[in-house]
Design a protein around this ligand. Structure first.
Ligand code: GAP
Length: 387
C-alpha cells in the first residue's frame, strides 16, 4: 500500500461524510477528529460486532461503562502517572480549596480493574470471567499522525479476563483466535503477529503480541494482546476468594485491547477498491455487509416521475419496517449513475431501483455492489435478498 492510497482514503472520508478534521474552521486541532454520519455509523457497527463477539457470544463476560476521570489515585497506583508522565492529560476537578488535579484515562482498563470487587459482589462469578468496556481514552501523544492512526482522543474496546495463573497460556491462545476471527469478520486484509520483546513491553506485561497491519506508511500496530499477570489487581489491593478450594488469591489477567479508530482505518484501507464497470472507472468500499453503514439504498429510476417516486417511497418505508435494525437510505438525487457512484463510495452492498415495470408486476431491480450485476426480485422477497 502506498501513501497515495492514504490520500485517497482521507479525501473520500471527508467528501462522503465519514471523517472531518476537528474544529476545521479554526484550522483543525492535531490528534482530534470528528466523525460524520457514515463514519459514526461505521464505528457503531464495528463496536456492536465487537460487543457480540467479545462479550455477548460468550458467557461470563460482563459489560461496563465507567467514568473517564477517576480519583487520581487510580492512575497513580497503576503506575501510569510514573511511567507515562506527560502523555497523560491532566485536568482540575472542583474549584477553590476543593480543587483536585486528576487525569483523563489513557486506557479503559484501569477503571475495569477497580470495579473488580463490585462485579464480584453483584454477579458472584467464578473464574474465569471477564469485564469488558468500549470507551474513550486520551493520550497527549507527542506526534499525532497518519490520519486517525495516532490520536490524542481515541476509543478502545478492551476485555480484562480474570483467570487462575496456571491457565494463562490457554486463555491467551483463546483470545488470540477470537481477535484473528474478528479481523476476518470486519474485512481487514492480512494481519501479522509480532511477539513483543521484554524491552518494548508495557511495564505491566509478561507477554504481549501485537497484531500488525500493513498501513500505507509501513507495517505497524493495529491491536494488542497482553498477559498482564496479577500486576493491576495486586497494585489496587484486590483479590478473589475461591470457594471450591477455600483459598484467597489474586487472579491473573489476559487483555485483548483494540483501538476503534485503527480498526476503522484498517477496515477502510482493506475495503478501498478501484475497478472498471461498464467501461467506466469507479471506486467502491467493499465492506462486509454487516458493518457497511447503509445496507441498501432505494431509488426511483427517474426523479421527475411522481408515480415512480411515490412507489419507491412506499417500498423504502415498508422495507425499513421489516428490516429491523438494518439501515436503509432513500436517494433520488441526480441521475441513477451518480447515485450508484455515491452508494459505491460509501460501501452500500445493495441498490434497489423502482422502474416502470415495478408499477405493473411488483418487482424491482437489485444491484450487487461488488459485481455490479442486477437482477429482478419481487418486492415481497426484498428483505430476504438484503439480509
Ligand atoms: N490497555 C492496554 C493498552 O491500552 P496499548 O497498546 O497502549 O494498550 C491498545 O493500546 C490499542 O489502543 C492499540 O493497539 C491501538 O489499537 C489503540 N491505540 C493506542 N494508542 C492509540 C492512539 N494514540 N491513537 C489511536 N489508537 C491508539
Amino acid at each position: 500500500m502506498t501513501n497515495d492510497l492514504m490520500e485517497k482514503i482521507v479525501s473520500l472520508c471527508k467528501r462522503r461524510g465519514f471523517v472531518y478534521p476537528s474544529s476545521e474552521i479554526y484550522g483543525g486541532f492535531s490528534g482530534f477528529w470528528h466523525y460524520g454520519h457514515y463514519g459514526t455509523i461505521l464505528k457503531e457497527n464495528i463496536k456492536n460486532l465487537w460487543k457480540r463477539r467479545f462479550i455477548f457470544d460468550r458467557s461470563g463476560v460482563f459489560v461496563t461503562d465507567t467514568s473517564i476521570i477517576s480519583n487520581p489515585k487510580v492512575l497513580e497506583t497503576s503506575g501510569h502517572v510514573a511511567n507515562f508522565g506527560n502523555e497523560i492529560f491532566k485536568t482540575i476537578v472542583g474549584t477553590g480549596e476543593e480543587a483536585v488535579t486528576s487525569y483523563l484515562r489513557p486506557e479503559t482498563a484501569q477503571s475495569i480493574f477497580i470495579d473488580f470487587k463490585n462485579t464480584i459482589d453483584a454477579h458472584h462469578p467464578t473464574l474465569p470471567f471477564g469485564i469488558a468496556q468500549v470507551g474513550k481514552a486520551f493520550r497527549n501523544e507527542i506526534s499525532p499522525r497518519d490520519f486517525i492512526f495516532r490520536d490524542r482522543e481515541l476509543e478502545q474496546m478492551e476485555v480484562e479476563y480474570f483467570i487462575k495463573e496456571n491457565d494463562w497460556e490457554k486463555y491467551f491462545e483463546e483470545w488470540r483466535e477470537i481477535m484473528k476471527n474478528f479481523a476476518n469478520e470486519v474485512g481487514i486484509n492480512e494481519i501479522h503477529e509480532l511477539e513483543v520483546s521484554v524491552d518494548d513491553r508495557a511495564h505491566y506485561s509478561k507477554r504481549t503480541i501485537d497484531f500488525l497491519f500493513d498501513w500505507p506508511f509501513g507495517r505497524g500496530e493495529l491491536w494488542g494482546l497482553a498477559y498482564r499477570t496479577d500486576f493491576d489487581l495486586k497494585n489496587h489491593g484486590l483479590d478473589y476468594f475461591d470457594e471450591e478450594s477455600g483459598t484467597r488469591f489474586t487472579p491473573h489477567v489476559i487483555e485483548p485491547s483494540l483501538g476503534v479508530e485503527r480498526t476503522m482505518l484498517a477496515v477502510l484501507l482493506s475495503a478501498y477498491t478501484e475497478d472498471e464497470l461498464g467501461g467506466e472507472k469507479r471506486v467502491y468500499l467493499r465492506f462486509p455487509k454487516n458493518i457497511a453503514p447503509i445496507r441498501a439504498a432505494v431509488f426511483p429510476l427517474l426523479k421527475n416521475k411522481p408515480e415512480l417516486v411515490s412507489k419507491a417511497r412506499e417500498v423504502y418505508e415498508s422495507l425499513k419496517l421489516s428490516a429491523g435494525s438494518l439501515r436503509l437510505e432513500f436517494d433520488d438525487n441526480g441521475n441513477i449513475g451518480k447515485r450508484y457512484r455515491r452508494q459505491d463510495e460509501i460501501g452500500t452492498p445493495y441498490c434497489i431501483t423502482i422502474d416502470f415495470d415495478t408499477l405493473t408486476d411488483d418487482t424491482v431491480t437489485i444491484r450487487d455492489r461488488d459485481s455490479g450485476e442486477q437482477k429482478r426480485v419481487k418486492i415481497a422477497d426484498l428483505k430476504e435478498a438484503i439480509i
